[in-house]
Design a binder for this molecule. Sequence first.
Ligand code: URA
Ligand code: SF4
Length: 201
Amino acid sequence: MAGLMKYIKNGDKKKLMQELGERVENCKRCELWKTRNKPLVGDGDIDAKIVVVGESPGYNEDLQGKAFVGESGKVLNHLLGLAGLQRNDLYITNVLKCHPPRNHSPSRKETDACIHFLHEQIGIIEPKTILTLGKFASREIFKMFGMEFSRIGELHGQVFMTGKYAEKMKIIPMYHPAVACYREEMLPVLERDFSAVKGEL
Ligand code: URA
Ligand code: SF4
């Protein structure tokens, strides 16, 4: 997306991220601020080479304001290990910054209201690789770079290069780790995908 460049500002990354965090804390652009406990801006190293993008904070993430601390977090940690990664190698965030009640899927309206925060975060961090978890995050990141998204079932585990950025980035769409919590047979698929990208990261 041509517009991404406008988010890359010269300045202190830490200060920019702090200022973004304050805007998220005060954000009322969609209805989710009314029911959230803590917004989850993002977690981890802002100098990371890899950004992981999930869908939205779950129940536990909402209580703690931290990314992937619940059941799907346990699965994610296991999968990251297979890819040769640890949490402190990464910056982790989500498409939505506030927990949707009963974990409803992000609506178009909520996503459109919130997505500029994710664009800004990627502009500030300028990672080399973006790992997207699940169809919502994958679709939004593909869209951000003007890339065509089909289905996560088709694209999962593949490595894509962005063409519309000062420095090219790798985008790697993955199934969301939460699917392994309710569809056990998906765990080996996730394990295979994460093991396979080890050399790419
Ligand atoms: N699921 C997500 O997509 N993100 C989180 O932070 C936690 C669970
Ligand atoms: Fe704002 Fe995003 Fe929270 Fe909606 S989900 S209130 S747009 S920060």
